[in-house]
Write a protein that binds this ligand. Structure first.
Ligand SMILES: Cc1ncc(COP(=O)(O)O)c(C=O)c1O
Length: 425
């Protein structure tokens, strides 16, 4: 039996994989399967292995840490890689912050929501349609990209949550000249505050600086600055979920740097330790200092091995990898623009750095979800692993390792061209 068949015997259908690949090894940009295939991996374990699989010095750092201390429990003791990582995260996020470690993105999001409620003593929360924040009850409440993620859980979801529209301008129903963000996206805050919830009741606005699962949507800078102004005006905490967009993915350490807007609190995970489970909540000192003993915690957060891997990951990212990612992102998007010119089903190529989405529409202008799915499957048959995304499920996304070369980008684009050439106009 294959690994996939064995899994199906002992795991629920919910755990069915996007592929049936059985993986025996990962190295750099490639995955190696148990039936002898070498796959160009532009999924990166959903944006985790930013330095590529099994980056040697990160593996080495983790191994070395295992010889000293595998678990200490950060509720009980202090240990060097944990403190060192917190110091580094404070440094790379502006210097006036404090850090709390958890294990996963969702856990960090739940913690950030708890922190905002605890410190503000306000009950309400604002999120955005199209957002994905994870699977725990708090994070699932804030997730509004797919009703399947919420179905039958509604009674357990958080109350006092309001969802606004993220400026997904390709599909905006409001007048849009292609330059100026439609007024609606600004006015909706006042509308909400006047009709549904008083701003003094709102603890936080939670948002992804680039919507990931929702379709790799990059919001306009003026709107991002406006959201910051709204928060400042009413004393609402601005939380950025940088779980997917962080650690070099967008060609900067964090996506927020593209907008020159700083959040009050942020979450990160995925790429932080290049594959080891770890997440962090990074918040302004004056907010974090209000979070008192007993208010939050967890056994495994800030595991020593994960922290050691993260320290080395950040060191390597800072040694030139992020600049390389920014350059490769420009190169990749230029190549994809040629694909857009060639195939009329490509509605948009978008993204920042190496967080790149391609949105597909049919000839009637409807989202082409089936097509995105087919391209993903056919590309894998040709040796390229990509993922789909989008609230309409009609995008495919490229999340290559940040160490990707021009040659590997060319290989990927050629595969996409070949696959699309056979099925698209
Ligand atoms: C923006 C964002 N937030 C949170 C999460 C949840 O992270 P995790 O799966 O580690 O819980 C994800 C996962 O894809 C994400 O993309």
């Amino acid at each position: 039996m294959t690994l996939a068949q064995r899994c199906k015997e002992v795991m629920p259908p919910m755990a069915n994989r996007v592929t049936d690949l059985g993986i025996v090894k990962g190295e750099g940009c490639y995955l190696y399967t148990d039936d002898g295939r070498k796959i160009l991996d532009f999924a990166c374990g959903i944006g985790v292995c930013n330095l590529g699989h099994n980056y040697p010095s990160v593996v080495e750092a983790a191994k070395k840490q295992m010889d000293h201390l595998v678990h200490g429990c950060h509720n009980l003791v202090y240990y060097e890689p944990y403190v060192e990582l917190a110091e580094k995260l404070v440094e790379i996020t502006g210097g006036d912050r404090k850090v709390y470690f958890a294990n996963s993105g969702a856990e960090a999001v739940d913690g950030a929501l708890k922190l905002a409620k605890y410190a503000s003593k306000r009950p309400a929360v604002i999120g955005f349609k199209g957002a994905f924040h994870g699977r725990t009850m708090g994070a699932a409440t804030m997730t509004a990209s797919n009703s399947a993620y919420r179905k039958y859980y509604e009674t357990g979801l958080m109350t006092n949550v309001y969802y606004l529209d993220y400026p997904y301008l390709l599909h905006t129903p409001y007048p849009y000249d292609g330059i100026h963000t439609p007024e609606f996206y600004f006015k909706q805050f006042d509308e909400l505050f006047s009709k549904l919830v008083a701003p003094e009741q709102v603890a936080c606005i939670l948002m992804e600086p680039v919507q990931g699962e929702g379709g790799y949507i990059v919001p306009p800078v003026d709107w991002m600055k406006y959201v910051r102004e709204v928060c400042d005006k009413y004393g609402i905490y601005l939380i950025y979920d940088e779980v997917q967009s962080g650690f070099g993915r967008t060609g900067k350490m964090f996506a927020q740097e593209h907008f020159a807007v700083r959040p009050d609190i942020m979450t990160c995970a995925k790429g932080i330790a290049n594959g080891l489970p770890l997440s962090a909540i990074i918040g302004k000192k004056e907010i974090m200092d209000q979070w008192l003993p007993g208010a939050h915690g967890g056994t495994f957060g800030g595991n020593p091995v994960s922290c050691a891997a993260a320290n080395e990951t950040i060191r390597v990212l800072e040694s030139g990898v992020i600049d390389h990612a920014a350059k490769m992102g420009v190169y990749f998007r230029e190549k994809l623009k040629l694909i857009k010119e060639k195939y009329s089903c490509v509605a948009e190529v978008r993204g920042l750095g190496l967080m790149i989405g391609v949105e597909l529409m049919d000839e009637k202008g409807n989202p082409a979800a089936e097509l995105a799915n087919t391209i993903q499957k056919k590309a894998l048959e040709e040796g390229l692993f990509i993922l789909t995304c989008g609230s309409y499920k009609n995008c495919f996304r490229f999340i290559p390792p940040l160490i990707v070369t021009e040659k590997e980008v060319d290989t990927a684009v050629n595969i996409i061209d070949k696959v699309m050439g056979a099925i698209c106009k």
